[in-house]
Design a protein around this ligand. Structure first.
Ligand SMILES: [Zn+2]
Length: 56
């Protein structure tokens, strides 16, 4: 497992731990940068796709 500090798709900077070989890691990082969520946002919105809708 390798650790990277990246700018996530959500707009936050955080560490990401990725597994696999170098190619797999690059793919994962590229994905996270585009549409990934940082750990904080994952906690907030969950890991399942859609951005949380604010119910007001
Ligand atoms: Zn975030």
């Amino acid at each position: 497992m390798a650790k990277f500090t990246i700018l996530y798709g959500c707009g936050h900077i955080a560490d990401a731990e990725v597994e696999g070989n170098q190619y797999e890691q690059e793919q994962r990082i590229a994905y996270l940068k585009i549409c990934g969520r940082c750990p904080e946002c994952e906690k907030k919105y969950g890991k399942t796709g859609q951005a949380a809708r604010t119910e007001a």
